[in-house]
Design a protein around this ligand. Structure first.
Ligand code: SF4
Length: 750
């Protein structure tokens, strides 16, 4: 770690990678970032960092950095142009498409890696300026099921408590999350909690015995996509043994299938089909393990559930989320320290930037639906645009958006152009072949810091600034927004996204709507933040008490809701008397919410729910695609600790690329023997959509019949999203990356 003497100054910031939101200090010497260290005052990480956060600065000075705007020429090659030339070209094309094909012919596809101020600006420009809801972002691919899970259960998105619940929990229920590799600093906190208190139990429910499972007291192995049955079975065991909290259920919940309301006995009868023995047959999870998990969940609490993509990236992701919430609601383990259903996030600003600013096709700022006429009218008034400006109809969700993208002369493709900001859909979309063609055919503008699989398809490339070259706000998984100060200038002519958004607005005649067209990104960011927090001040996501100056000065950021300037932010929601929104004048009336007069906990549900959370009756449904004779294996995908997402950044950090240079396929020894495969053999893994060729790693981590492949590799022969399924959850429209049926074939020996 760099010492003070090694740098000229340390600049406060946030890690660029996962959604943990680790606080950092960025070390600058001779106007160059030369080191990163953990911020000991940050409440997310207390000074600790994983390898990615520690080495992130090496990304900034890689020779591949995009430094100049470029336009593709008729010979297919890119030519360096000025910003004026690039932006004029882009906006003339946008105007042309708008005029000829209508307002929805130009789409925006953003990212949980852009700043809150930037995403808010693009969202406002599209929805109020272009009057189009063709706004999506990569959080649709990772968090949409969690959003729908929270909203359908409690009436409000995002976790109830905070990471600090880790230090209070006595039982951890980790499902669909390899926390040790995807969120190493959160895992460190769990490990410390367990080491400091031998009585703490850890249950892990996962198809693989991951590094996370190594500290588990109990592993619930399941076939991919089958865990819904396990959750119902745990609920059944809890109720059968009388471990449920009857008073909490009576006072604070209602039982529903999403349509009708039922009594508790109906729920008990519904659960009867999920006996441990029946569920063992569906899932391969031993009945005894499920019974033990039920006992620990209910009796060894407070219990903290943590989950991530293993639950979300499924065609029944929303239901899986609902069923984990059910376990907390039937045991009343909610709203006090350590009792917490906590969904982890993959990107540094998926929560703050996309969920909270409503930068998805069906949302407006404050995570309120575009279909809500009151909220549309509110946004129109705040944004100073005429009544009826915002389209009440949602745009297309991500998969549909890329399906609908194509060449101008293709009458089946209504979207003709797209602006892609800080993300790499040509690699990250499932069934990628299909969408790569559409991106190639359409007019594609890509803003990024590096060449990627997506910039290869672009008509225009716009070079972007890295977070430490512009500064701004990231909001992490625990509702905490933190400000990063600008440390150095971007290389070449690279620019902050907010400048690019404002320049597009100006050229489209919408300067009045985005009045922060200025060279200083920090001034522009401050104006965008003020605009955003004013629009959302009366919502459950309120940051009205957090001026930009306050956020800059806070050492560890602020957690929403924070509706007053002297409010410290909210560590835990749904605690009567502690939730600031109870006292916020006008909030309850404005959104038709009620607090049951004599109740301890209030959920943000509509009046018809009487402030009660929903316990859902969700039928068991397997994944969209399951093994059969032709494709006899389950494939599941995930992360390794070294890499992040499509590895466009981490693969350019030498220490990391040396440690993990390429992907692999994990195969159980029994399966390997059947196919004559040994360690290191090259194996073709094929689904109905595509194939990859990877070296085999023979391991007992998964059950026989299940293969695992990391998701990061960019190489054209190893890009796993050629194989993954693009079937989506009907409630969240999130694709099923986590389950596919595949076959294997040994290609060659080592
Ligand atoms: Fe960055 Fe996540 Fe690692 Fe923290 S855990 S240093 S936020 S990548």
């Amino acid at each position: 770690e760099a010492k003070d003497a090694d740098v000229d100054r340390w600049v406060k910031g946030t890690c660029r990678f996962c959604g943990t939101g680790c606080g950092v200090y960025v070390g600058v010497k001779n106007d160059k970032v030369v080191a990163i260290k953990g911020n000991p005052e940050a409440k997310t990480n207390f000074g600790f960092l994983c390898v990615k956060g520690f080495l992130a600065y090496k990304v900034m000075y890689h020779p591949d950095r995009l430094k100049y705007p470029m336009i593709r020429q008729s010979d297919g090659k890119f030519k360096r142009v000025s910003w004026d030339e690039a932006l004029n070209y882009v906006t003339e094309k946008f105007k042309y498409f708008h005029q000829k094909y209508g307002k929805d012919s130009v789409a925006y596809y953003g990212s949980g890696q852009a700043l809150t101020e930037e995403t808010y600006t693009f969202n406002k420009l599209w929805k109020a300026g272009f009057r189009s809801n063709m706004v999506e972002g990569n959080p649709r691919l990772c968090m949409a099921s969690a959003v729908a899970g929270y909203i359908t259960t409690y009436g409000s998105d995002e976790p109830i408590g905070s990471y600090s619940d880790i230090e209070h929990a006595k039982c951890f229920f980790i499902v669909g999350s390899n926390t040790s590799e995807a969120h190493p600093i959160i895992f460190r906190r769990i490990m410390r909690r367990k080491m400091s208190n031998p009585d703490v139990k850890v249950i892990v429910c996962e198809p693989r015995k991951t590094n996370t499972s190594k500290i588990a007291d109990l592993w619930l192995p399941v076939d991919p996509g089958t865990d819904l049955a396990v959750f119902h079975c745990i609920a059944r065991e809890i109720i059968k043994n009388g471990w449920h909290d009857k008073q909490f259920i009576d006072e604070h919940t209602r039982i529903t299938d999403g349509e009708k309301v039922y009594d508790f006995n109906h729920y008990v009868q519904f659960l009867e089909q999920f006996t441990p023995e029946a569920v063992e047959k569906i899932t391969r999870c031993p009945a005894e393990n499920i019974k033990k998990a039920a006992e620990w969940f209910a009796k060894h609490g407070p219990t903290m559930s943590l989950w991530c993509m293993g639950l979300n990236q499924r065609t029944r992701g929303v239901w899986a989320n609902n069923l984990v919430h059910n376990l907390h609601l039937i045991t009343g383990q909610i709203g006090y320290p350590g009792a917490e259903p906590f969904s982890l996030t993959g990107q540094p600003n998926a929560c703050g930037g996309v969920r909270e600013t409503g930068a998805l096709c069906h949302l407006l700022p404050g995570t309120k639906p575009v279909a809500d006429p009151k909220w549309r009218a509110h946004c129109e008034k705040e944004w100073g645009v005429p009544e009826g400006t915002i389209d009440p109809k949602p745009g297309f969700h991500t998969v549909k958006m890329f399906e609908s993208l194509g060449a101008e002369n293709d009458t089946t493709k209504p979207i003709k152009a797209m602006l892609v900001c800080t993300t790499n859909p040509a690699q990250s979309l499932p069934n990628a072949h299909k969408y790569i063609k559409n991106m190639k055919d359409a007019f594609l503008v890509v803003l990024d810091i590096f060449p990627t699989r997506t910039t290869q398809l672009a008509d225009v490339i716009l070079p972007a600034a890295f977070i430490y070259e512009k500064g701004g706000v990231f909001g992490c998984s625990e509702r905490r927004s933190q400000h990063t100060d600008k440390a150095v200038n971007p290389p070449g002519e690279a620019k902050p996204d907010i400048w690019i958004a404002a320049q597009i607005a100006k050229r489209m005649g919408l300067e009045k709507l985005i009045p922060w067209n200025m060279d200083d990104p920090q001034k522009a960011n401050a104006l965008a933040w003020a605009d955003y927090t004013r629009v959302t001040k009366d919502t459950d996501h309120s940051f009205a008490g957090v001026s930009y100056d306050r956020l800059k000065n806070e050492k560890a950021g602020v957690q929403w809701p924070c509706p007053y300037p002297d409010h410290p932010g909210t560590v835990r929601r749904y605690v009567r008397g502690l939730d600031p929104m109870f006292e916020h004048k006008g909030f309850l009336e404005k959104f038709g919410k009620v607090i049951p007069a004599d109740k301890k906990i209030y959920f943000y549900m509509d009046a018809k729910n009487e402030g009660r959370a929903n316990i859902f009756l969700r039928p068991y449904k397997p994944a969209a695609e399951n093994p059969d004779q032709e494709y006899p294996f389950f494939l599941t995908t995930g992360r390794v600790i070294e890499h992040w997402h499509t590895s466009t950044m981490t693969m350019r950090i030498p220490e990391i690329s040396r440690a993990q240079p390429y992907s692999f396929v994990e195969i159980h020894p029994e399966d390997a023997k059947k196919y004559g495969i040994t360690n290191g053999d090259m194996v073709e893994v094929a689904s109905r959509r595509g194939k990859v060729v990877l070296p085999a790693v023979i391991t007992q981590k998964s059950l026989p019949g299940i293969l695992f492949i990391p998701m990061h590799d960019q190489h054209i022969d190893r890009m796993i999203n050629f194989v993954c399924n693009d079937a989506v959850d009907p409630g969240s429209f999130e694709p099923e990356y986590k389950v596919a049926a595949v076959k294997i074939r040994k290609v060659s020996g080592p």
